[in-house]
Design a protein around this ligand. Structure first.
Ligand code: PLP
Length: 461
């Protein structure tokens, strides 16, 4: 693995694979071997057949989507976790797995400056590791519906009564969670002009009119760092309204939340004390391998009341004593691996200070790219938030042309975006191997694709 990471860091391999659909499927046998094969053969085949077909998310020139970064400490923890092979669905099925999760989610809550009520030590709430921000919002939706309906949201005659609110900029997982919960589509709240941020007055007006029409407002999902432009909804105003109305507020900070480890970005958490639940993906920007989302709530009873189903085979003296946490009731699946070990290793190996430095480093790289774009005639900087930079060229035609040229270049990955209805190019920093030289390299490629594409065609790109 170390040699692989070194090759990525030196940009000796491309970011994206050059393979046609179906190429791996045709290269591998169509049935499993009858006889055992050696681990050595399998490892060799991994590098021969699988690795060349991968997009390297840890590559320094991977600037697509939001990052999903990693670190040796996280990889080591995953190895140990796999070797121990425990299943921590209940405290009793591996007490230390549950208690380690309570400890590390409390540590992380403290490092992020989350309110006391979100910690297990408060006795009211606490954190739980989910596989994804998508699962986190689904769990929050179940808890919100349970609370709004006193447990009757699936009862006959309640169809279509309960409502969920977000903006059109919310992540697709919010829309998916709403559908899975049986609510159909969420109610879309207008954004403040030119900002992409939820308009709290529009939210208030919508809640009022829904109540008059006999609906029950159950849940608002606010986003801290939208996927498209990293916009931050005004959580304090939204939270006050939710408190007045007794509506559950879930805050999705999947990407941007990690930045609040740094005091200078702690303002991202303004108003979080008014939220009922909050989620951040440690697997995006905290050097922790995927999957590792952390969901916190200040009302863990709402979660467990909504999701606890305890047949005889899942009961025992510890569970019945009410003195332990059974994380099976804080998530959708029953079984769960011990994911806390990787957060524990990562926080100890880097220290909170090291994680802050990593965030500052990535934001510094985005700042460099933003400065280069601003200084270049024919380029326009559209968004520059945390580690995210979005830009376009003078005309939409030129931008589309640049996007399609970048998509044929395997040596870097930017993703397309739309800002203010216009096409744009999106670059998000987060690879543990990116540095100032990466920015110079990426910028030179982008500029040459835009201004002198013949030069790159001559090199075969
Ligand atoms: C703001 C936001 N929320 C939620 C998600 C979904 O994350 P996951 O893949 O963990 O479900 C993303 C993914 O990029 C995101 O940017």
């Amino acid at each position: 693995m170390i040699a692989h990471w070194q090759a990525l860091a030196a940009r000796e391999v491309p970011v994206t694979p050059q393979c046609a659909p179906g190429s791996l499927r045709t290269a591998l046998p169509s049935a499993a071997p009858e006889q055992p094969e050696s681990l050595g053969e399998m490892l060799a085949d991994t590098w021969k057949f699988v690795v060349p077909g991968l997009t390297h998310w840890q590559h320094p020139a991977f600037l697509g989507y939001f990052p999903t970064n990693n670190s040796p400490a996280s990889v080591l923890a995953e190895f140990v976790t796999a070797g121990l092979g425990v299943q921590g669905m209940m405290w009793s099925t591996s007490p230390a797995a549950t208690e380690l999760e309570q400890v590390v989610t409390d540590w992380l809550a403290q490092a992020l400056g989350l309110p006391e009520a979100f910690r297990h030590s408060s006795g009211r709430g606490g954190g739980v590791i989910q596989d994804s921000a998508s699962s986190a919002v689904l769990v929050a939706t179940a808890a919100a519906l349970h609370r709004a309906s006193q447990g009757r949201w699936r009862a006959a005659g309640t169809e279509g009564r309960y409502r969920m609110y977000c903006t059109e900029r919310a992540h697709s997982s919010v829309f998916k969670g709403c559908r899975i919960a049986g609510l159909g589509e969420p109610q879309l709240i207008a954004t403040l002009p030119g900002t992409g941020r939820m308009d709290p007055d529009a939210l208030g007006a919508r809640i009022d009119s829904d109540r008059k029409d006999g609906f029950v407002p159950a849940l608002v999902v606010a986003t801290v760092g939208t996927t498209d432009t990293c916009a931050v909804d005004p959580v304090p105003d939204i939270g006050r309204r939710c408190r007045q109305e007794d509506v559950w507020l879930h805050v999705d900070a999947a990407y941007a939340g990690s930045a609040a480890l740094c005091p200078e970005y702690r303002h991202l958490h303004d108003g979080i004390d008014l939220a009922d639940s909050y989620a951040v993906n440690a697997h995006k920007w905290m050097r922790t391998g995927t999957p590792c989302d952390v969901l916190w709530t200040s009302d863990s009873a709402a979660l467990t009341d909504a999701m606890s189903i305890a047949p005889a085979y899942l009961r025992n003296a510890a569970t019945d004593s009410g003195r332990v946490v059974d994380f099976r009731d804080w998530q959708v699946p029953l079984g769960r691996p011990m994911r806390a070990l990787k957060l524990w290793y990562v926080m100890r190996a880097h220290g909170v200070q090291g994680l802050r430095e990593a965030i500052r480093h990535d934001i510094g790289l985005a700042d460099r790219l933003a400065r280069l774009i601003t200084a270049e005639p024919g380029f326009h900087l559209e968004v520059h938030e945390l580690g995210l930079v979005i830009f376009r060229r003078d005309t939409d035609e030129d931008t589309r042309d640049l996007i399609s040229r970048l998509q044929t270049d395997p040596t870097l990955l930017c993703t397309p975006a739309t800002v203010g209805g216009r096409p744009a190019v999106r670059a998000a920093f987060g690879s543990p191997y990116a540095d100032a030289d990466t920015v110079r390299y990426v910028w030179e490629r982008i500029r040459t694709h835009a201004q002198d594409p013949e030069q790159l065609s001559a090199c075969g790109v």
